[in-house]
Design a protein around this ligand. Structure first.
Ligand SMILES: [Zn+2]
Length: 164
């Protein structure tokens, strides 16, 4: 899924454990793999196609910068929305780490592309394996991902209300 979705989901989970930033980080990472297994839409990357091809390395060209810009923007938007939604003074650390943990597996794919060794190799294999092979198309993909985010926000809201 896109990084914004991962960030908000990671942050929503983190609010259930506001006093445990380390656990929030790990739960965020776990959530990345779990929700990648759901059929979804990802924006097309022109230069960095991490899912396929064993060829290591990246070519430095325009499409690469376009991809990195898109990924960076996606991550910043996601972190901003996540913090805006959830970063109360007491939960800020857990929320930030939950969101970062949820984003991390995708930059690690990039790291694997540049440095295809262990433990990145095993992580990459797992990521590709669990990632849904069914691609949803525009605009169903966008609508379903947005509904999914809203669903996660409401479920975590309900869980928090029950925990309180
Ligand atoms: Zn992923």
């Amino acid at each position: 899924m896109i990084l914004s979705t991962h960030a908000v989901v990671g942050a929503a989970i983190a609010t259930l454990m506001p006093d445990h930033p380390g656990l929030a980080f790990l739960s965020g990472m776990a959530s990345h793999f779990l929700i990648d297994a759901i059929p979804h839409w990802d924006y097309p990357l022109r230069s960095i196609s991490v899912a396929r091809g064993p060829s290591p390395g990246l070519t430095v060209n325009r499409p690469l910068f376009r991809d990195l810009g898109l990924i960076g923007l996606d991550a910043i938007v996601g972190l901003t929305v996540a913090l805006w939604l959830y970063a109360t003074p007491t939960a800020a650390a857990a929320v930030l780490l939950g969101a970062l943990g949820a984003i991390l597996p995708d930059p690690l794919q990039l790291a694997h592309k540049l440095w295809p060794r262990e433990p990145l190799r095993t992580l990459q294999r797992f990521h590709v394996w669990i990632h849904s092979k069914r691609k949803l198309r525009w605009p169903i993909g966008i609508a379903s991902q947005l509904s999914f985010v809203l669903l996660v926000i409401s479920v975590s809201e309900a869980l928090r209300a029950n925990l309180a």
